[in-house]
Design a protein. Structure first.
Length: 300
């Protein structure tokens, strides 16, 4: 249905896009959540202004979502969206109170992140030899970058050539909220990038695509392309159910943790805004220690 113009959704989304510099994907999520909420409010309560929204109305919507078997994580995201939306309008004086301020998020049992075993990653890269096929060259560099830097999918496909600083052995990554971070890279990865760029110049003479990774037509990669590369290659070495670029990121962080990297350093490498998001990787290490203890200790 067409929402009343009295719901200032677009104004809030413009604020997220142009001032907070949120990603397109995040803004789409906010828009979807807000439209769903105000569709419900207009239909069930015939409310046409945000000043009329009350805590009981919000709770009734959340109860409806729960009755429809929506996941707790999904409901929490929608609560967070509403909190940000009403906090924004409270600050501007459009409302006198934030109707979401007293609503708590649901408890969510945190699942341990899925990761690929180190021995399987070794097999993956050991069995990848030299190739003249462009698609295979791109696949090789995708896998190397994901595993050796832990960057997100969006950061990978938007990585530009000038973000590779060979003199300092780092890549400059533009993460969430346009926050820049530096990630150290190995000589092996720099060499692989150099070899790749030499072939890129030969194959795509006259083109000016600034993105590091391009497909066989010389165009920027799209998310599904990377997903397919990762899934196809991880299927050759691992039996884990989930095989995605984010699993490569989990593997990067987990393997660093297992080898004694400090949690604050991993937080910075991953571009997390808080330590809480990074601490989940310590649980994987604890589980690994429990397994070693159980197998090795005489009294276990």
């Amino acid at each position: 249905m067409s929402l009343p113009e009295t719901y200032p959704i677009q104004e809030f989304l413009d604020y997220l896009q142009f001032q907070k510099r949120f990603s397109e994907h995040t803004i789409i999520s906010y828009r979807t959540d807000l439209r769903a909420f105000f569709d419900y409010v207009a239909t069930e309560y015939n409310i046409v202004a945000i000043q009329e929204v009350t805590p009981p109305i919000i709770r009734s919507w959340l109860s409806k979502l729960k009755s429809e078997k929506a996941a707790s994580k999904t409901i929490n995201r929608k609560i967070s969206t509403l909190k940000s939306f009403f906090k924004y309008h409270l600050r501007l004086g459009h409302i006198l109170m934030n109707p979401v301020s007293g609503i708590s998020s649901l408890k969510v049992s945190r699942r341990l992140p899925v990761f690929i075993e180190e021995k399987d990653m070794e097999v993956l890269f050991r069995d990848r030899g030299f190739t003249t096929n462009w698609s295979e060259r791109v696949a090789q560099l995708i896998l190397l970058l994901l595993y050796q830097t832990g960057i997100r999918l969006s950061e990978l496909i938007n990585l530009e050539e000038n973000q590779v600083d060979k003199s300092s052995s780092v890549i400059k990554v533009l993460g969430k909220g346009n926050k820049e971070r530096l990630i150290p890279v190995s000589n092996q990865l720099l060499s692989a990038i150099d070899d790749y760029l030499v072939e890129k110049r030969k194959l795509f003479t006259g083109t000016s695509n600034r993105y590091l990774l391009v497909n066989k037509k010389g165009n920027q990669l799209y998310p599904r392309y990377v997903y397919n590369v990762v899934k196809e290659n991880l299927s050759k070495v691992s039996t884990v159910q989930r095989k995605s670029p984010h699993v490569m990121r989990h593997s990067f962080a987990t393997h660093l943790t297992n080898h004694g990297a400090q949690i604050n350093a991993i937080k910075d490498l991953l571009g997390h805004s808080s330590l809480a998001a990074t601490q989940i990787y310590t649980h994987n290490s604890i589980e690994k220690l429990k397994e070693v203890h159980k197998q090795a200790h005489p009294k276990s």
